[in-house]
Design a protein around this ligand. Structure first.
Ligand code: PA5
Length: 547
């Protein structure tokens, strides 16, 4: 296509919303009118499905749940009044709580104002808060200084907790877990609680939770309630983790940092209205879904590279990686057919990535399409000219336009989302735009976007490993001072009854080896290692004298 033709396509296929300052340009995806005609019925059906979902249909059949994240920014469309009231009450509760923290009505256990915010969670319970914090935050002027813990890595805990040395008395902890049972988040909470204890500070008086407020479902809720935490904010079963940024999950950390959550909700709501349009060509979420379908032939054959030319949006690719891959990466479709669906998402930011993998994007495998994000406003502060009449921001735009051009010249396709500026409104809109695009695309390929059986499988497998470790340490502790090889340990921990039920010690040997290697590398665990060239002959023993 010539440059003139491309500009004509831009004028035809760029959709704009001036109210929120967002436009989406599909001109650099080389679809045809024929493709649009062929998929007209399919996308109409997907839009109808979304309309039913918003009315409260059970859109997540495997978990028998409604899917209600759209109600969070417009409670009036919730299927019943009690849901609408709960949403509005929660937004008010978030705002009031944040105000009380900021104005000192709620003080720390030592009577000091809270200055730091330590947010704990994982997956959908933290990626949104991290993205929004990075997009809207200003470490110097935010109302609270934020820290995140999103893993079960002891060294990761130390790195964050060292930053808070001598400051825990002014730290407010926010523990987020919808299920209230997620192990990584529980471990983070226990570690942080322990650090508070060692500083003689009552963790409960420094903590709030966001979780399902049902005792027999959420251990976190039970703990927070029994121990009298400062507050508990609700998560509902009709909100999925990865679509929870506009619930208390995202709103509470945002409000505590001082961001305008009303504008964030408004941006999401206006984008929802925009993306309900029945005319696919003017509906950017429908167009995104169609473009994903077009580029990947409905099978995810092309990877989605997210490339914002803005440091503030750097975490958007990480946020989208989960939203897209956890929602769309499914083994079976809704008809029960094996499909192994998904779209691979990666990215970071421009122009930084031009000095990394973009070489391959231009000259190497054509297995992707790029989603550029351009931000028109450079900075609030006074401009600085790096050359005569040229700013660094001009270069940023130059690099974006140049890269897009260089890619299309080699037949590599892209979409561009342009934001007037990065602000609560456009951030809310971005979140809403992709939430709906994922829902529509899932319908095009007939999968359930709202469950995550693979995540559950990973959790189950980890629990089995911990159980195996307990058996190994039990065995070695009961037989101290004598070294046992991997083969002997595996043999020693399987009972005769288990063997008769088909459990084979040989199948446990590799995990025994890895678990013991980890234990012996951490001296406090009192497991000593004797190396051998043959791994199965590597021996481990329990030792009281190791530390
Ligand atoms: O999107 C999801 O549903 C998941 O990524 C969850 O958010 C994640 O597993 C954390 O779950 P929870 O909030 O129950 O701790």
């Amino acid at each position: 296509m010539t440059k003139e033709q491309l500009f004509k396509r831009y004028q035809t296929y760029c959709v704009k919303n001036d109210e929120i300052g967002v436009s989406v340009d599909f001109s650099r995806i080389c679809f045809t009118d024929e493709f649009m005609d062929k998929t007209r019925l399919k996308i109409q059906r997907a839009l109808k499905f979304m309309a039913q979902l918003e009315k409260g249909d059970i859109a997540n059949p495997s978990e028998n749940r409604m899917v209600g994240h759209y109600w969070l920014r417009n409670p009036d469309i919730a299927p019943d009044r009690s849901i609408a009231a709960e949403i509005s009450d929660t937004v008010n509760k978030v705002k009031q709580f944040a105000a009380k923290i900021h104005n000192g009505e709620i003080l720390s256990s030592t009577g000091k104002p809270f200055k730091n915010l330590l947010v704990m969670g994982i997956g959908g319970s933290i990626l949104g808060p991290q993205f929004v914090s990075n997009a809207l935050g200003n470490p110097v002027s935010d109302k609270m200084k934020v820290y995140f813990i999103d893993n079960t890595d002891p060294d990761g805990y130390e790195r964050i907790l060292h930053l808070l040395d001598n400051q825990l008395d002014t730290t407010l902890c926010v523990v987020i877990s919808k299920s209230g049972k997620t192990i990584e988040t529980r471990n983070a909470m226990l570690e942080v609680e322990n650090r508070f204890k060692s500083n003689n500070l009552p963790f409960a008086k420094h903590s709030v939770a966001t979780t399902q407020m049902v005792e027999d479902k959420s251990d976190l809720f039970k703990k927070a309630k029994n121990e009298g935490w400062l507050e508990v904010f609700p998560m509902w079963d009709w909100v999925g983790g990865r679509t929870s940024e506009t619930s208390a999950v995202g709103l509470l950390p945002a409000a505590l940092q001082g961001f305008n959550i009303d504008r964030l909700l408004e941006g999401a709501m206006v984008c929802d209205e925009w993306t309900r349009s029945k005319e696919a060509k003017t509906n950017p979420a429908a167009m995104l879904a169609l473009m994903w379908f077009y580029t990947g032939k409905g099978k995810g054959e092309k990877n989605m590279v997210i490339l914002p030319y803005k440091d503030r949006l750097e975490l958007f690719s990480r946020y989208l990686q989960q939203l897209v891959m956890e929602s769309l990466g499914k083994e079976y479709n809704l008809a029960g057919r094996l499909v192994n669906q998904g779209i691979t998402v990666y990215g970071n930011k421009g122009s930084t990535d031009q000095h990394a993998y973009i070489q391959q994007l231009r000259d190497g495998r054509n297995d992707f399409f790029v989603t550029f994000i351009e931000v028109l406003k450079d900075r609030d502060e006074e401009e600085f000219y790096v050359e005569n009449d040229v700013t660094s921001g001009d270069y940023l735009t130059g690099f974006y336009l140049g890269t897009r051009q260089a890619l299309i010249e080699k037949g590599r396709e892209s979409i561009t989302i342009t934001l007037k500026q990065v602000c609560p409104c456009t951030v809310g809109a971005l979140i809403a735009l992709f939430e709906r695009a994922v829902g529509l695309y899932a319908h095009l390929i007939n999968i359930n976007a709202y469950d995550q059986p693979g995540v559950e499988a990973g959790k189950k497998a980890a629990a089995e490993i911990i159980n195996l470790q307990k058996r190994i340490t039990g065995f070695l502790t009961a037989n101290p001072e004598k070294p046992f090889t991997v083969v002997e340990i595996a043999e020693g921990i399987v009972s005769a009854e288990e063997k008769s039920n088909g459990v084979k010690p040989e199948d446990l040997q590799e995990n025994v080896y890895h678990i013991c290697s980890h234990l012996s590398a951490n001296k406090q665990r009192k497991i000593e290692r004797t190396d051998s060239v043959i791994l199965s002959a590597t021996a481990f023993k329990y030792s009281e004298y190791i530390i």
